[in-house]
Design a protein around this ligand. Structure first.
Ligand SMILES: Cc1cc2nc3c(=O)[nH]c(=O)nc-3n(C[C@H](O)[C@H](O)[C@H](O)COP(=O)(O)OP(=O)(O)OC[C@H]3O[C@@H](n4cnc5c(N)ncnc54)[C@H](O)[C@@H]3O)c2cc1C
Length: 368
């Protein structure tokens, strides 16, 4: 079949790869450069973790996703995930509950979890301000996906596999019934199947999705660690402070990347087309969260900041569903979709070939 994909982020490209492998003729239209630095997928890193609170569906999906990344590394000839392990800490009630639920869910799935007392936390992870936390778990699994590089290499790979990549080619409107897209020069491109993987811009092409998909401006802080601990950070796990009010995640500086902090509180504001200059107040607020989580936190300084967009679903679930018999919406974000992209792309390709599986795919993608 001829397949058109709108959006050249990790989701559109992953779906393109799986569909091309199944013998389809695939064309991807991307409004910006490919990779597009304004897309949600293009940053130095994204985290891969199994800990998912009580969300057993996503915790289980992480294992499927891990295998799907392995298959991608074989295609790309390069492994672009750096294993770090996962350290989750909490001191507030909601964070402690999330940690307890994560541990219970993982153990029920047969995955080992190590619970740490505050004194074990202090002894084993001196980079963390252990005095702030009552609960901690450590997982051997988890790591840092080198996101920007993955998107770049995947695009090259697809090009070589015969997928047609139309960069700097915005789609101005779509017709989901006919599976056509209209380009800025008014050309109408037809296909047998249309997939809309437009990230935070999705509501422009499909205004009805605005009821449940909200672009959300998020600020990231790149940190400079104090002298003396940089070597320790090279071997440190990703850190997830799960406390709702003050929580933060910290990405260790692996494989020549920067050390990064962000928080998982949704702004639910902004438009992905807005100026991306980061708001200094938002960047310093993230820095403060990171400083509170870290031993000697005052020694960490702001190296850089960035603005990136989540596409938020109210329950943080992924939306992959048929729009019509000939069209699909692929919107897995809420700030946690990257790790699943090759698995989701593969599952969507299977459902394109066998639409009878659509309902099961939608439920699985929603973590149910
Ligand atoms: C700050 C931040 C941190 C995150 N951290 C993590 C993490 O640690 N772990 C994790 O698993 N996930 C994480 N995520 C989520 C993950 O990055 C997203 O789920 C994923 O990148 C979404 O990919 P996408 O392809 O749907 O969107 P995008 O990458 O935005 O791709 C959509 C593409 O569609 C293009 N497009 C849109 N409209 C049109 C049009 N009309 N015509 C042509 N092209 C169009 C856009 O230009 C864009 O390139 C994070 C996201 C952000 C923003």
């Amino acid at each position: 079949m001829r397949i058109t994909i709108v959006g050249g982020g990790i989701m559109g490209l992953s779906a393109a790869r799986s569909l091309a492998r199944r013998g389809h003729t695939v064309a991807v239209f991307e409004q910006g450069n490919l990779p597009n630095p304004f897309g949600s997928s293009v940053d130095q890193h994204r985290l891969f973790r199994h800990a998912y609170g009580a969300e057993a569906g996503y915790s289980r999906m992480a294992e499927t996703a891990f295998q799907a990344w392995e298959a991608l590394w074989a295609d790309l000839g390069e492994r672009l995930m750096v294993p770090t392990g996962t350290l989750c800490v909490a001191g507030a009630e909601d964070g402690r509950r999330w940690i307890a639920e994560s541990a219970a869910t993982l153990e029920a799935q047969g995955r080992p979890v190590r619970r740490l007392t505050p004194s074990q936390l202090a002894a084993e992870f001196p980079l963390v301000d252990a005095a702030r936390y009552t609960d901690a778990i450590h997982l051997e699994t988890g790591g840092v996906l080198l996101a920007g590089r993955i998107v770049e290499l995947l695009a090259h790979h697809l090009n070589a596999q015969g997928v047609t990549l139309h960069a700097r080619n915005p789609v101005t409107s779509i017709d989901p019934e006919r599976a056509t897209v209209t380009l800025a020069d008014r050309r109408v491109i037809g296909a047998d199947v249309l997939i809309v993987a437009a990230g935070a811009w999705v509501t422009r092409l499909l205004p009805e999705t605005a009821a449940r998909l909200t672009p959300s401006r998020q600020t990231l802080a790149y940190l400079t660690p104090p002298e003396g601990v940089r070597g320790l950070w090279a071997r440190a796990p990703m850190l997830i402070d799960a406390d709702g009010e003050s929580g933060v995640y910290i990405v260790p500086p692996v494989a020549g990347t920067g050390m990064k902090a962000g928080d998982h509180r949704f702004s639910l504001e902004g438009d992905p087309g807005d100026d991306r200059t980061p708001d200094p107040d938002e960047a310093y607020a993230v820095l403060d969260r990171a400083r509170r989580a870290l031993a000697g936190g005052a020694g960490y300084t702001l190296a850089n900041a960035a603005t990136c967009f989540y596409t938020v679903e109210p329950d943080e679930r992924f939306v992959i569903e048929p729009l019509t018999p000939a069209s699909w919406l692929m919107s897995p974000c809420s700030g946690h979709g990257f790790k699943f992209a090759p698995a989701l792309g593969e599952a969507l390709a299977v459902a394109v070939d066998d639409p009878g599986g659509a309902a099961a795919l939608t439920a699985w993608a929603a973590g149910r």
